[in-house]
Design a protein around this ligand. Structure first.
Ligand code: FES
Length: 342
């Protein structure tokens, strides 16, 4: 048995099998429904339900507040229909919908950034052109390993793709990328995905926060803004555990010298020795630096707990929650834990 769900933007209805979520059915039908985490944590699939009955499995308050739920909003990734439905996803400002493509690529260069983060450059052999917005991600497959989500660190205009991949303990794909990958190896890729992309029309201050390899999409966003000669203040905060985890520092210090509207701050959360860097948590550094961030926009990428604590602090400083854009990245182990909880 299935229900018919009308998605207003696409002027089309999809069939959703009993027990299936609306997002999953939409993606299966080839509909480019906005989404991010697919687990009720980011809010990217937020939609207005005009008619019909749905049941939602658990989700985070960040993704959908009580007030939003009461006003008729739902999360498509958590919603299972119990009748035919009519809905529309919430329009993002500066909505971008690039076609999702499957690409064949070749590894052109590999650089070991830190003890557990590798930078890889890919050339596109076929399946392009690959259009994406700064901040988006792709599903990347190496050899026989399962595909994983990695953000593009390169700029949309670059003729190569750059990824930063952190080795996760027990992670087959990330271990292969860090330890075994060789120049010339073929890589397949599907994308782009994600809604935490650079909003070009916003002219207020830009706060960019990246933790660990979450620096990748933040790099793409910041450099795209600078390349477009944007004049608003642009503040990049990079969080790492200790000195050995810091990468691309001289790159961003050079950018700081070149652009007077750009600042770079590195914050260490667990330094083992006296350090030249600021210490503490990213949300503390941001709150020490600003009394108010009214009118600013924030882009965040990194461990979910870092993203959540920073967004809470940013909202206290006056940024609207809708102006905080984040694709929180969960490891496979974290995703499995979430599935158990839900
Ligand atoms: S995709 Fe639905 S909350 Fe993230």
């Amino acid at each position: 048995m299935s229900f018919s769900v009308n998605i207003r933007q696409f002027k089309t209805s999809i069939d959703v099998e009993m027990g299936e979520t609306i997002l999953s059915a939409a993606l299966k039908s080839g509909v480019q429904f906005p989404h991010g985490c697919q687990s009720g944590n980011c809010g990217a699939c937020k939609s207005r339900l005009f008619s019909g009955d749905i049941q939602m499995s658990p989700y985070s308050d960040f993704a959908l507040t009580k007030e939003e739920k009461e006003s008729g909003l739902i999360l498509a990734c958590r919603s299972v229909p119990w009748s035919d439905c009519d809905l529309a996803y919430l329009e993002q400002d500066d909505l971008v919908t690039f076609p999702i493509r499957k690409l064949n690529c070749t590894v052109k260069e590999i650089q070991q950034f830190t003890h557990d983060i590798v930078r890889i450059f890919l050339g596109i052999d076929s399946g392009g052109p690959f259009n994406f917005a700064a901040g988006q991600y792709a599903k990347v497959s190496f050899d026989k390993f399962p595909p994983r989500d990695y953000s593009m660190a390169s700029l949309p205009a670059d003729d190569f793709l750059e990824f930063h991949i952190r080795q996760i303990s027990g992670g087959l794909t990330s271990t292969h990328a860090n330890k075994k990958l060789i120049v010339g190896e073929t890589v397949s890729l599907e994308g782009p995905f994600g809604v935490s992309y650079f909003r070009e029309n916003h002219t207020g201050p830009l706060i960019a926060i990246g933790g660990g390899s979450g620096l990748a999409p933040i790099k793409s966003i910041v450099e795209t803004a600078l390349e477009k000669n944007r004049k608003q203040p642009i503040h990049l905060y990079f969080g790492a555990r200790d000195t050995r985890d810091v990468y691309l520092e001289s790159h961003f210090l050079n950018l700081e010298n070149k652009h007077e509207n750009f600042t770079y701050t590195c914050v260490l959360s667990e330094p083992k020795e006296l350090t030249k860097y600021r210490t503490g948590h990213l949300f503390e550094a941001v709150s020490d630096d600003f009394n108010s961030l009214d009118g600013a926009k924030a882009y965040l990428a990194g461990p979910p707990i870092m993203v959540e604590t920073c967004i809470k602090k940013l909202c206290e400083l006056g940024i609207r929650q809708d102006d905080c854009h984040a694709d929180a990245f969960y490891t496979e182990a974290e995703k499995a834990k979430l599935e158990v909880l839900t």
